[in-house]
Design a protein around this ligand. Sequence first.
Ligand code: 5GP
Length: 187
Amino acid sequence: MSKKGVLVLYSGCSGVGKGTIMKQLLARDPSIRLSVSNTTRAPREGEIHGVHYNFVTREEFLALADADGYIEHAVYCDNHYGTPKKQVEDMLAQGYNVFLEIEVQGGLQVMEKYPDILSIFIMPPSLEELERRLRGRGTETEESIQKRMAQAVEEMKYKDRYRYQIINDTVDRAADEVLSLLHQQTK
Ligand code: 5GP
């Protein structure tokens, strides 16, 4: 049987570019798998059920929470998000290194459960740059941008709870740094 994989907690503010870094990590290291979360948020254009998220109803979400089916779950900008337990455990057992790309409330729950977890917080070079990136994405309403900026300021307060903070100045450099932390752990 293959060696059990490493679980990685991977957080950062919305719009910081952690999804872009993640794409590069997946392309560069075949041992990495991204956990697919359940969410009650509506899909954005181009998002595929089962790939980006499992888009579920509130009832479905709460039923799995009642059945203790999540490693963690949280409410973010009025929607529920959660990491299905079974999926992650199966991938780790198969030897994959599994990344949980989740916000900080869920991150804190994961740290409680796994105190030694490799935890990484992706930071924007500045809050001004973060706002510019959120607007540039063109998928959010003004109200949503304001909400996410306020949330980002709040989330930054938790950065020091993570073992490593990485600034996303360029995607390549940030990805290098994440891979080097992972490879130290899997050596
Ligand atoms: P978005 O709506 O932009 O896709 O995600 C909003 C926030 O929820 C992001 O910070 C994202 O990382 C986080 N998120 C995604 N899936 C989960 C999850 O399963 N649990 C938690 N706690 N946060 C999640």
